[in-house]
Write a protein that binds this ligand. Structure first.
Ligand code: ASP
Ligand code: MG
Length: 475
């Protein structure tokens, strides 16, 4: 059995929903089994819902109403396209209206309270998938298939961490098998909402922004699927962002570990938590293009091919590098520990850390919008040392980016770093900091934001990533 996930652009209009129905219809015929489908909200809908909740909390009584109207219009338009049956269209419209009425009531309460809790934000955010799943199921019925919309809050049981909940796998497995197997066996395609789950008490949670991929692999694991297919609007995982590198190429295969590194470092192919549930059972994942369904896409699996040496290059922007420096740090144990715990209490996540061997400076990289708060916490923690002059600097440099170079082939292969540095030096690009992950899958560099695109291009060129023949030669 195959679990198929369709992202927001793949279900972004009535026409696209019909396209999804045709893809699944063909798959059902070709494989002679009924697949499970997971859908995202129509593109842009989750953002609009969150804006509705936020503006309501901020004391704005009108924006959420405008957003509601706009969502109603967009889904109504899709209904008109994806179902020809008048009764179905009327019922569907009534369901959509009821859900959007509920949205308006919820936003009205948020407005009255002037407060938005993480729980409330999840309830609002998850509505987009609850709308789209109903429409996609209708589009399938319109194409003559049997299909039923299923809310993942009935299937995925999570902890209560609103905004980035984690699944409780045993309970999820039991529930999803009990609910989905009978449907598939009867030839009815379950169209499941991505992104959401519910606590044991039935309170709606979300698994984090962009997490419908994760919903798909959670269900892939629980249903012991043969494969998970992630349908998106590009032809698979690429060597670099094609908007930056004109000859970026689609990779045929990539390993779980490599794709996880690329996702962590901002290549928007998969949600970073997606891989774990499938890696556990060695279930292959394909990344496919719903607009070019015959394109073979990229297969993500467990075997690590060490060729080519480098699979991809990615960049995260809008970062700052924080430096804690001073002669007094030398040989004093615990400074690093205190720095990082104080950053942790500020709720900031650290993307990369380096310390020079002379122990006179620790540098770490955080998102720019979290820098002020991280700095405050570190300064408060080290107040005494700063006052005594043991430490001279706790400061930040904004407008930097991390460039991550990913590939299992780098493992134990000497000379990669020097080729990277050589390529950048040749283009006159200054490297601010360097780190290599312990997995050796990943070499990360910090450069000034203005040099990001040139750096990615220079490294891509150096390793001839755009040339499939060079790749076969293992360059
Ligand atoms: N709709 C959700 C989001 O935009 C989840 C997803 O698309 O994967 O974050
Ligand atoms: Mg997505």
């Amino acid at each position: 059995m195959i679990v198929n996930k369709f992202g927001g652009t793949s279900v972004g209009s009535g026409e696209r929903m019909i396209n999804v129905a045709h893809i699944i219809q063909r798959e059902q015929t070709d494989t002679d089994t009924t697949p499970v489908v997971i859908v995202s909200a129509m593109s842009g809908v989750t953002n609009a819902l969150r804006q509705a909740a936020r503006t309501a909390a901020g004391g704005d009584p009108t924006t959420f109403r405008t957003i509601r109207q706009e969502l109603q219009r967009r889904h109504q338009e899709a209904i008109a396209v994806c179902t020809a049956d008048a009764v179905e269209a009327t019922n569907l419209a009534a369901e959509i209206t009821a859900l959007l009425d509920w949205l308006e009531t919820l936003c009205q309460s948020i407005y009255t309270l002037g407060e938005l809790t993480p729980r409330g934000l999840d309830a609002v955010s998850g509505l987009g998938e609850r709308l789209s799943a109903r429409l996609v199921a209708a589009a399938m019925r319109g194409a003559g298939m049997s299909a039923e919309a299923v809310e993942a809050s009935e299937l995925i049981v999570t902890d209560g961490v609103f905004g980035s909940a984690s699944p409780l796998m045993e309970q999820t497995a039991a529930k999803s098998r009990a609910r989905l197997h009978p449907l598939c066996e009867a030839g009815t395609v379950p169209v499941v909402t991505g992104f959401i789950g519910a606590t044991e008490d039935g309170v709606l949670t979300t698994l984090g922004r962009g997490s419908s991929d994760y919903s798909a692999t959670i269900l892939g694991n629980c249903l012991q699927a043969d494969e998970v297919w992630i349908w998106t609007d590009v032809n698979g995982v690429m060597t670099a962002d094609p908007r930056i590198v004109s000859n970026a190429r689609t990779l045929d295969t990539i390993s779980y570990g490599e794709v996880a590194e690329l996702s962590f470092f901002g290549a928007k192919v998969l949600h970073p938590r997606t891989i774990q549930p499938v890696a556990e059972l060695n279930i292959p994942v394909r990344v496919l293009n719903s607009l070019e369904p015959d394109n073979p896409g990229t297969i993500i699996c467990g075997e690590i091919s060490s060729e080519p040496l480098i699979k991809g290059i990615t960049a995260i922007r809008d970062l700052s590098i924080i430096t804690v420096a001073g002669v007094g740090m030398q040989g004093v144990p615990g400074v690093a520990g205190r720095v990082f715990s104080s950053v942790a209490t500020s709720g900031t996540s650290i993307l990369m850390i380096t310390q020079s061997s002379s122990e006179q400076a620790i540098c770490f990289v955080v998102r720019t919008d979290e820098t002020e708060s991280a700095l405050e916490h570190v300064r408060a923690e080290l107040e005494l040392e700063l006052m005594r002059g043991d430490l001279q600097r706790v400061d930040s440099q904004d407008n930097v980016s991390i460039i991550a170079i990913v590939g299992a082939g780098m493992l134990g292969h000497p000379g990669i770093a020097s080729r990277v540095f050589g390529a950048l030096a040749y283009d006159g690009i200054n490297i601010l900091s360097i780190a290599q992950g312990s997995s050796e899958y990943n070499l990360s560099l910090v450069v000034a934001e203005e040099h990001v695109d040139d750096s990615v291009r220079a490294i891509h060129r150096q390793f001839e990533l755009g040339d499939p023949d060079a790749q076969e030669r293992g360059i």
